[in-house]
Design a protein around this ligand. Structure first.
Ligand SMILES: O=C1O[C@H](COP(=O)(O)O)[C@@H](O)[C@H](O)[C@H]1O
Length: 287
């Protein structure tokens, strides 16, 4: 890159707008603090999704707020469903599992969980029961305490190898989801901007497969399975939770207009203007 110049954008991977048809959100944004509103009447237009960006004072409040909104949405969806077409929800590990899911258990007491089926946004390819597994954490924090709930874990390492696990799980996904998209995706985000197990410089925004394998994740453990970006972006509703100062810099970049989504996976979510961003004061400090 010449001195003083800026790198030309790589074609095709800057922000695009995905079209999607969604019902209106019955949870009003009015009880939330708008993103970018700092001080008396000063509004910084940091994002085209300002009315879907909710900033809580801290991580605990963020998790509670997201859990309330999620519980409401799941309850409304579940009331419309039969047993054959459950509400399909994919959840992340990390903060989502440890903070949001316990709060969802408390907030979701009116939900008929037998009408809900959980998937994972991504999973660490280690043996079943391993403490690094995202499904273990989610079961402990929520799923094992819900009556009648269904869930479909991503494969664990039983000696079959990651490529085989990916092929087999892709078949299972196609059997159940070929003609449907996920109803809800609840994502976390790493300080490098990864979502699910889609890491900067290591994923294809236009992946043709629903499920992708990762052999060398920069964050341990190295072997993982993940929903692909097109599957995530096709979900009926997308929630993103990110708390803490360590995530502020990448969020600041993600909300700029010239970000390249290959280098900043979380920025790809901006292609969905209805994505709901749940941040805390610390993570939102550089918006
Ligand atoms: O490794 C992972 O990291 C991300 C982010 O985790 P967080 O603890 O910083 O929220 C998580 O969303 C993903 O599911 C997980 O496998």
């Amino acid at each position: 890159m010449p001195h003083g110049g800026t790198a030309p954008p790589r074609p095709g991977y800057l922000l695009r707008q995905y079209s999607c048809s969604l019902g209106s959100d019955s949870i009003g944004a009015s009880r939330h603090r708008e993103a970018g509103r700092y001080g008396a009447g000063r509004i910084r237009a940091v994002t085209p999704q300002a009315d879907k960006t909710f900033i809580s004072p801290d991580a605990t409040a963020l998790a509670r707020h997201l859990a309330q909104d999620l519980a409401h949405h799941i309850q409304v969806q579940a009331e419309r469903r039969s047993d054959e077409t459950p509400v399909e929800i994919a959840i992340a590990g990390g903060f989502v599992a440890t903070h949001v899911l316990p709060a969802l258990g408390e907030e979701g007491q009116g939900v008929d969980w037998s009408k809900v089926r959980f998937w994972w946004c991504d999973e660490r390819f280690v043996p079943a029961g391993h403490p690094d597994r995202n499904d273990e954490e989610a079961r402990r924090h929520l799923l094992d305490h819900l009556d009648g709930v269904r869930f479909i874990p991503m494969p664990s390492d039983e000696g079959q190898g990651l490529p085989t696990a990916c092929v087999e799980f892709t078949e299972q996904w196609k059997t159940l989801m070929a003609t449907r998209s996920l109803d809800v995706v609840v994502l976390g985000m790493g300080p490098d901007g990864h979502i699910a197990s889609l890491f900067p410089g290591m994923y294809s925004p236009e992946e043709s497969q629903a499920i992708v394998s990762v052999e060398d994740s920069p964050k341990p453990p190295p072997q993982r399975l993940s929903l692909s970006m097109p599957v995530i972006l096709a979900a009926q509703r997308i929630y993103l939770a990110a708390a803490g100062e360590a995530k502020s810099e990448i969020l600041g970049q993600a909300f700029t207009t010239d970000v390249d989504i290959r280098d900043c996976p979380v920025a790809a979510l901006r292609q969905r203007s209805d994505c709901r961003w749940y941040l805390d004061e610390a993570s939102a400090s550089q918006l």
